[in-house]
Design a protein around this ligand. Structure first.
Ligand code: G3P
Length: 216
């Protein structure tokens, strides 16, 4: 499973990349706004310098012509830019045009298997189902992932399933067990994935024993 980080924070991206686990980065308008970046293109250039993998940049237009124009512009920044497009009718029209031009898309804000089916038909490179936001309203987010994987397998669609809106380590483990193609993870959850109390206790004891040996 490819691992992306879900953030627009350069320090977090650098930290995760240094651990050797990053295959890409996903951003969205809220994540960029949270970091207070005014120059979106400059931020994307900086991210592309840190990570050699898919870097998702989201459009803000909701009309297909506007989405295509924004996408063409963003795609020029770097070969690794993937255009994040919301799953609305105008978005699907744009995805169809962009995929015919060889511009990769990440169809976002997916909350149902029917939306994922349409995104694949339109030629999406990635589909982003938001599991955490579904869990938040008492729907089983990971069940959506399993349904989408089954639908894509049934018909051999090339669109890759990217598990988004991840809230805790079990989302990541379940995604891997289900065979999701990609999981985009917030920095806090990456930290949680690394940690294990028995690792900490074990390391502490190894170092204590080593210290005793050298002092005896
Ligand atoms: O990048 C999109 C997605 O991962 C958002 O997550 O936590 O805002 O639901 P969240």
């Amino acid at each position: 499973m490819r691992i992306f980080i879900d953030t627009a924070n350069l320090k977090e991206i650098k930290d995760a990349a240094d651990m050797g686990l990053l295959d890409g980065v996903t951003t969205n308008p809220s994540l960029v706004a949270k970091e207070g970046y005014k120059d979106f293109k400059d931020l994307l250039i900086k991210i592309c310098e840190i990570v050699d993998g898919d870097i998702s940049a989201e459009v803000v237009s909701t009309i297909s012509d506007g989405i295509v124009k924004e996408a063409r512009d963003l795609a020029k920044i770097h070969k690794n830019i993937v255009i994040k497009v919301p799953i609305i009718k105008e978005g699907l029209k744009a995805v169809k045009i962009l995929s015919s031009e060889g511009i990769k898309t990440n169809v976002t804000l997916c909350f149902s298997p029917s939306q994922a089916l349409l995104a694949a038909k339109a030629g999406a490179y990635l589909i982003s189902p938001f599991v955490g936001r579904l869990d938040d309203i008492s729907h089983d987010g990971m069940n959506l992932i399993s349904q989408i994987i089954q639908i894509y397998d049934n018909y051999g669609y090339d669109t890759q399933v990217l598990v988004a809106s991840v809230r805790h380590p079990m989302h990541v483990v379940e995604a891997a067990l289900m065979g999701a193609d990609v999981c985009t993870i917030p920095f806090k959850v990456i930290d949680q994935l690394v940690k294990h109390p028995l690792t900490d206790i074990g390391l502490q004891n190894f170092l204590k024993d080593w210290d005793k040996l050298n002092k005896s």
